[in-house]
Structures are given as structure tokens and as C-alpha cells.
Design a protein around this ligand. Sequence first.
Ligand code: ARG
Length: 585
Amino acid sequence: MTSINEQLTHEFQDALVKSFGENFKEVDPQVGLARDLRHGDYQANIALPLGKKLSKKPREIAQIIINNLSLDNICETPTIGGPGFINLKLKTSYLETQLKSLYNDQRLGIEKIKNFSKVIVDFSSPNIAKEMHVGHLRSTIIGDCIARTLEFLGYQILRLNHVGDWGTQFGMLITYLKEVYPDALTQPDALEIGDLVDFYKQSKKRFDEDKKFQEAAREAVVKLQSGDAESRKAWQLLCDQSRREFQQIYDRLEVKLTERGESFYNPYLDDVIQSLDAQEILEKDQGAQCVFLEGFTNKSGDPLPLIVQKSDGGYNYATTDLAALRYRIKEDEAKRIIYVTDAGQSNHFAQVFQVAKKANFLPDTIEVTHVPFGLVKGEDGKKLKTRSGETIKLKDLLDEAINYARKDLENRLQSEDRQESEDFINHVAQTVGISAVKYADLSQNRISDYIFSYDKMLALQGNTAPYMLYAYARIQSISREGNIDYENLGENRPIILEDKTEVELGKYLLQVSEIIKEVEKTLLPNRLCDYLYELSKKFNRFYENCPVLKSEEPLKTSRLLLCNLTARTLKLGLSLLGISVLERM
Ligand code: ARG
């Protein structure tokens, strides 16, 4: 379907040509949703920049454009606001026809991109032998949402898990385990991840305290990285152990990822250094190979280097990211690469991108984006901890959310005197618990730190997953109550917007494609959450004011169409957030 924005843009382009001549054919009239809904539904901002260009008052320009607009089928007579905004108020009759097209469109007016292109989303990416922490959880949830949204828009998505499986931790671990628990290096399943993390902590302690151990650990890394069979086997076992644990989290979250850890790029690291060297951008600084950066300085104002090879010859995190970037562009043929990590890594990515540009690894046609996010905090504003003060394990955190959801549900069932099967209770608790965690994260502007609170995320009122899931389930219950088959309401029955709340709901339903486009542009999932929340509220207002099953035809069917359209929009929106709906809860 042609969206409202497209239709308006088209009409404005005609008016611009009529007003100022053929040269203005390609000018973007800057049509968008109105900033202030009191003045209209849409606005066009073109008069302001044109005023400058044509040395006229923007309000005058706006009036000329309005005189040449033929929007009678779409809007009331446009008005001019402020310095020269053109305000547009949509006609109800127009909304009704647009809603009809929206209803008949499987994709709810959200068009697929015209030029097929490949996007890599690098997200989650925990580190082997270390605990997967809440930062990785955030990356997983946000990254998954971005991947789902872009995928729906028609991009080909490669979801990469850049796990830390090649660092110095293996030298320490292997050396330590050889001493205290050699079985772990030869036998699968000798370890549980809890142990592995403990062993890692202990080996780190040894490393920090014991010079001899340090030596041995360094040698072990070199041995591993040069391909020694025994070390490789041990490394594999350790990785498998972590991997199984990570997978449990992904299964619970229903997130799919392709693992391609740091080790994958090992064969390409040398080449990165050689290429930098050949281009004469490599410099030796205190024994390390570096590229000096622009715009990054240390405390005394001297330029900062990006180290790509340490003085002992070892490579580091940045070298791997440079190799990965090259591989993803050359071999994967990605046109855009999105990295989802905490904001603490912003400098790392800015530096890697800068060096990649300088070294011609990163052509201008390829877009790289770091998607940063803030910290997860406990309700006391400090680092998230268990009640007894230990760091929280992700698995426990998710289980706890499910437990809370189950308790809420059981209380509700009791107070409503409802009997439900154990399967039903399990399914609802699982869905609500996990959705609540995801939604609480996604509904925040990702840049800000976020306070993790089970009570808030599971509340039935407010901008929460349960609220949204209820709105959806309620709509489904209307059809059950009235014995209505939403799928067969009749394609050609009209949508009639009679009540004010109906108009509001209808108008809002028509905005979904613009919201999704905004998420595509900003990679801010909270925009979608805000929309879904507002939509649920508008639906509830409509439902309070307008009888559905009890109204007469043709209003009854029209209202059922609006109900179903709302449900479809919620379902689609939630699915892009990685949340599945419940027909009953
Ligand atoms: N493993 C890293 C960490 O835990 C995140 C990796 C992000 N991706 C990347 N290509 N550097 O912080």
C-alpha cells in the first residue's frame, strides 16, 4: 500500500514544481508525523530551508506551496504554524480508506527494502570460561531485536556471536587445570560452567601473584596459538563447556546466533599487520606495533596509539576486530555491520573504524555502526547483585523472572477462581517472565543505564510486557466471546470511524510503518515499545467507549476489524522485539 507519508510527499513534490518550477522536482518536502498533535497529524518542514535558499520569509513560501497543493481528498485545509511549518490534519474519510488498505496488507504497510543488501549484526558475544553477564544479556536482547527488525524489512541478516575464545585466559586456565584438575583438559563433561568460572578466577589469582605461573601461562598461550594438538584439544573442551551454558540462555530467550569466535580470525591476523606495514601506517612504540590515531589523546595531550601487536608478538582484541572487519566485507560481502556492546567499548570501535578507514579495509560504501548501551543496575542504583550480595548468574536471573510471573499468575487464577492445566501455567509463566525481562530492557532508551526490577517489569499496568500481552489477549477474548473468526470478517466490509477514540486509534494504527522505519534508522527499539504502549492505551480507551459485540452492523464489523488490526499490529511489533504473544493468559 502507499503510505500516508508517500502520498503526502508526492502531492508536495507536485506543488513544489507548480510553485517554483521543474528544478524543484527532486526536493524533499520533509513530510513527517506532527511534532505537536494539537496542530495536526502531519507536517511539512520544507518552507524553512527554502526560505533561506529563495531569500523569502518561510511563511510566505509555505503559503505559496499551500496555494498549489491539491490535498482535498486527504486533509483539511493546511495551516501554517510557527516560523513556517505546514500543518496537515487528515480527513476521517481518508483515514477510513487507508485503514482498509492497511487491513488488507499482510505486512501492515511496512514495505520491504528495494535493494537487497546484507547486514551483519555482531551481538551477545560473551567470553569463554568467563560468566556471561548482564551486559551480554542486554547485547543479546537489543541485538536480536535489531536483527529481527532489519530482517523483516528485507535485509539479509547474519547474526554473529563474536565470542571471546582466544584470549590469554586459556593460557592461565590450561596451566592451572594441569596442576589441579587435569581431567578437565582431556575429558568432555568433566567441568560444569560454574566450576570453569571458578577455575578461571583462581587461575587469574595465581597469575597475578606468581611470576613462574605467569611464565608458564604465557608459554601455554603461545603453544595453543601455534596449534599444538594437546592444547587445542583442551581448548576445545573448555569452549564446548561454555558453549553449552551459553546455549541454555539462548534457548530460553529464543535467540539464534551463528558462533564465529575470535579464534576464527587467527589465520588472518598476520595479514592485517603486514598490510598496515606495507601502507606505512605502522609505528613502533615501546616495542609494540601501533597505529597512531587522530582525535584520541592521552592525559598530557599526546596522540594515542591503537596497539595491534604487543611487544611479545601477541595480537589483541583490536587486531582481531580489524581482521574480522576485513573478512566480513570481503568474504561475507556485508554492506553494513552493526556491533552491539556496552557504551564502554565506544572508543574501541571508533578507533578500529578509524584505523580500518586509514588502511583502506573499510570503503566508504560500507556502513559500520556501533550500537552502544548503558549499564544494568540493581534497584539500589549499584551493580546488580543477588540478595546475599553475589553477582547474579544469568540463568538464575531468567528463572527468577519466570518464578515471579508464575506467582503472579497463580494469585490471579485463585482470585478469579479459575482452573488451568499445569501446561498452561508453565507456558504463560515462561512467556511472561522472559518477555518482561526483554521488554524492560528494550523499552528504555538503550543509551541510559537501566534499573533491573522484577516488580516493575512484571507490573500489569504501565509500559511493561504484561500490559502489552494483556491488551493482545483481551482482543482475542472478544472474538472468543462473540464467536467471531477474525480471519473471516470480510475483506470488503467498511471501516467506520465514528467515536473520537475510534479516530484516535485508527490514526495511530496507520503509523506503524513510520515507526519501524524510525527504528531502522536510529536502531532504538524503545521507539517501537513506546508506540506499542501508546497503541494499547488507545485501544483500551476505544474499548471502554465503544461497544463492540453489542453494536449494530455495519459498526459491529467495523469495530471488530479495528480490534483485529490492533491485535495484528501488537503481534507484529512484539515479534520484532523478540516477544511472542499469548492467546489467553
Ligand atoms: N567479547 C566482547 C566482550 O565481552 C564483546 C565482543 C563484541 N564484538 C566485537 N566484534 N568486538 O566484551
